[in-house]
Ligand binder design. Structure first.
Ligand SMILES: [Zn+2]
Length: 399
């Protein structure tokens, strides 16, 4: 048997430390003896790793646990306030920012409307938001460990935004601009991928191995989770299902294609239809809040538009289920506010058009994290990146 070299030994030590850390993080409060039983690591190793992790402020001890007799064991738990992370959901017409602890609990959040989409204007808004969020972070050993930003566009493997059509951004390096200003690590992710990650970790997709998250905002993006991992494709651009064609000779889309799904099933489709049908007064700006209010008042024209929107969403979902055979489809982002009126038409189309074996095995759910999916996904990506950089990556870490 090959003897371990010194380098290998430090690697083994790092792996053991990461295993102990994640056992405490996922299963705490837990005793040293229980960690040893759970992980198969001997008690001396567990004890050494625990001491290091306590010294580094990642775990803490609390009072006594249950004991079958004798001295009660001290329990260990994850020190989730050892640092904080910032998550930003950059929409086309708004920015949502959250500050969370290292377990993803929201400490503070804020929203800003965007009146322009130029890179300079938007980055200035992001700076202001980051500064407010930093000011709201409590004192902690590690401070702000990272900033995650979900963007409505294609992000390559080097974290550059290659294309964000609704913002009219081409090949921009938002990460570098923010890192230079704050010296805090920044991770950029497609907004639907970030949303999918959060729903899988904390939300409607928890414990579901294969799921497709559909983010319906001004456009439509999807995040694909396969075998509990985010599937990003060769260049990082997977999930552009908002641009598959549902009308062969339909309207021209900004992507160059025709009849794209998002032209018929997104927030912009709803707002456009409301304008064309003159549902809103001439002096009223087409606005989701107004449409929501009208839907609550059972305005028949608005209910008709929502019915059509739901059917169009359903048509795309049938394509997705036929392609991926997922366990769950999770519908998220701002369209969720209309879920009461969308559920029936979506389910009706699926019932009419999908083969029986798919119907029985696929659940359609709405996001559990609501409007926060992308922002929370962005913070968790920033946190996982931080942990990975200091050698405490989890099994599924890839950020
Ligand atoms: Zn398109």
């Amino acid at each position: 048997m090959k003897r371990l070299q010194t380098g290998d030994q430090s690697l083994v030590k790092q792996i053991n430390k990461s295993i102990v850390f994640h056992t405490v993080k996922n299963k705490g409060p837990i005793s040293r003896a229980q960690i040893s039983t759970e992980t198969g690591l001997n008690k001396a190793t567990v004890s050494t790793m625990v001491s290091e992790l306590i010294k580094e402020s990642f775990i803490q001890e609390i009072g006594a646990g249950k004991s079958s007799g004798g001295r009660k064991p001290v329990l260990l738990y994850f020190h989730q306030n050892a640092g904080y992370a910032i998550g930003i959901d950059l929409g086309v017409n708004y920015i949502l920012g959250v500050l969370t602890d290292l377990s993803g609990n929201v400490i503070y959040e804020m929203t800003e409307k965007l009146k322009e989409t130029t890179f300079k204007y938007v980055t200035n808004k992001i700076f202001t938001m980051i500064e407010s969020l930093i000011q709201n972070a409590p004192e902690s050993p590690y401070g702000i460990v990272g900033i995650g930003i979900g963007v409505p566009g294609q992000v390559d493997n080097e974290q550059r935004i290659q294309l964000a059509p609704n913002l009219k951004w081409y090949n921009v390096d938002l990460k570098q601009v923010i890192e230079e200003r704050y010296s805090i690590p920044v991770r950029i992710e497609n907004e639907a991928n970030a949303g999918a990650h959060a729903e899988h970790l904390y939300g409607a997709g928890k414990n579901i191995a294969n799921q497709i998250y559909i983010s319906i905002g001004m456009g439509i993006g999807t995040g694909i989770i396969v075998h509990n991992q985010l599937y990003k494709g060769t260049l990082g651009f997977s999930g552009e299902m908002g641009h598959f064609t549902i009308e062969a000779n339909g309207r021209k889309c900004s992507c160059g294609n025709r009849g794209c799904w998002e032209l018929y099933a997104s927030e912009s489709a709803l707002l456009l239809a409301a304008e064309q049908n003159q549902i809103l007064n001439a002096n009223q700006e087409a606005d989701l809040d107004i449409l929501l209010e009208e839907a609550r008042n059972s305005n028949p024209q608005v209910l008709q538009l929502l019915n059509t929107l739901g059917e169009n969403i359903g048509v795309g979902i049938v394509n997705i289920i036929n392609t991926f055979n997922p366990e769950a489809i999770i519908i998220g982002n701002r369209i969720n506010r209309f879920k009461n009126w969308l559920t029936n038409p979506i389910e009706r189309i699926i019932d009419e058009r999908l083969a029986n074996y798919f119907k029985e095995s696929t659940e359609i759910r709405f996001s559990a994290l609501n409007y926060r999916s992308t922002a929370l996904g962005a913070t968790s990506i920033a946190i996982e990146h931080f942990l990975s950089e200091i050698g405490l990556a989890g099994h599924s870490a890839q950020f």
